[in-house]
Each structure stands twice: as structure tokens, then as C-alpha cells.
Design a protein. Structure first.
Length: 220
């Protein structure tokens, strides 16, 4: 146990935790985006899919617990790494001009904070129905929940802005995660970097297409 604590106390240990939990998150959003796209096949398709997930019972809750724990560990490790980095350099650069850092890497903290808020609101909105901007909520009719919600312009806008943050977070997180856990060797043009770009674009497009389709009347 002491060895595990010592490992986690190091920056390397925290980066490994962020890498593993990040990959769990990447896997989830890919599957989640594919499931959500069933809305384009009509109410029967996505409502049947929802009933199937709920019918798995303990398996669904096990996956939810794993995901929640992964998110918590990811956030804790990120905050602690930030503090350690700042402690190592208490006086910042006089001029901070990005050289190699991408937009995705420079917005990881703010984007991560937005995603954390989004995740909480998303669960309260579409999973528990605690927040009901559309005024109604059905545990059975997922299709109606989606359509009624995204007809409200500010709900759709917040969702789409959050998906931009998700896309940037995925792009940087997906390729840095495999480096953090030591799977990908150093390379001037790593293959996983290109794969990360593709994953980020496809996931962003899949999630964003739904509120756009509702607002435009394609899905109604």
C-alpha cells in the first residue's frame, strides 16, 4: 500500500492515473455518441436502446460507478498536478508565448472545468430529470426528452459549446493519455496523434449533430 501511495504522490503516478482514467472517458464518449445517434432513426430506435441499457441492471450501475470514479480520480489528479507544477515554478514566465502548445492543450483546464459542470447538469437533465428546462420529463420517452430540450435555443447552445470543449479535450487527452501510461514511444509524427484528431472530430460531430438537427427541424 505504501508503494502505491508513493507512486501516486509523484507527478509520474498522477499522470498515469490521468492517462488511464482519460482513456476510460474516451471509450465512454465514443459509445455514448454512437448510442445517441439512434435519435436519427426515430423514437422507437433510441427508446428501445434506452430500455435495453436499463434492463442490464447491475451491469449498467457497475459501468456507471467505474465511470464516476474515473472522472473523480481524473479531476483530483489534474488539480494536484496543476498545484505541483505551480509549486515547482512559483514565479511565472515574464512573457508566456506558446511555441509548440496547441489550442487544445492551452484550454485543457478551462475546458475541463466546463465539462465537469456539463457532466453534472447533463446527468440532472437527461438521466434523473431533476432539471427540466422544457417543463416535462419522461423516464421512458428519451426521444421526446431530447427533442423538447433542444428546441430551447439556450439549452442547445450550451450543449454545443460544451461539445467544442469536449472535442478539444479529447484531441489533447486521447493522444497524451497513451504517452502518460507509456504505451506510445516518442515519435516526430505519432500515429496515435492522427487517430486522436479523427476521434475528436467524429465524437464532436456526432454529439453536435443532434441539437443542430432538432433546431433545424430535421429531428422533430
Amino acid at each position: 500500500m505504501g508503494g502505491i501511495r508513493a507512486f501516486y504522490a509523484s507527478m509520474v503516478g498522477k499522470k498515469v492515473v490521468m492517462g488511464v482514467t482519460g482513456l476510460i472517458g474516451v471509450g465512454f464518449v465514443i459509445l455514448h455518441s454512437l448510442g445517441n445517434l439512434l435519435v436519427f432513426r426515430g423514437p422507437d430506435a433510441i427508446n428501445t436502446y434506452s430500455r435495453f441499457l436499463k434492463g442490464t441492471g447491475e451491469l449498467l450501475w457497475t459501468l456507471r460507478v467505474i465511470l464516476i470514479v474515473a472522472v473523480i480520480l481524473h479531476v483530483i489528479a489534474a488539480v494536484q498536478l496543476t498545484r505541483q507544477s505551480r509549486a515547482a515554478r512559483p514565479i511565472g514566465y515574464e512573457r508566456n508565448k506558446p511555441q509548440v502548445a496547441t489550442l487544445a492543450s492551452r484550454t485543457m483546464r478551462w475546458g475541463g472545468a466546463l465539462l465537469l459542470v456539463f457532466i453534472v447538469l447533463h446527468i440532472l437533465h437527461f438521466t434523473t430529470g431533476t432539471i427540466r428546462p422544457e417543463g416535462v420529463f419522461s423516464m421512458e420517452d428519451v426521444y421526446a426528452n431530447i427533442v423538447l430540450s433542444f428546441r430551447i435555443w439556450w439549452v442547445a447552445l450550451f450543449y454545443m459549446l460544451s461539445m467544442v470543449a469536449l472535442g478539444l479535450h479529447l484531441f489533447h487527452g486521447a493522444w497524451s493519455s497513451v504517452r502518460s501510461i507509456g504505451v506510445s514511444p516518442p515519435s516526430p509524427q505519432p500515429l496515435h496523434h492522427k487517430i486522436s484528431i479523427v476521434i475528436a472530430i467524429l465524437v464532436w460531430a456526432a454529439f453536435t449533430a443532434i441539437p443542430v438537427a432538432v433546431l433545424s427541424g430535421i429531428v422533430r
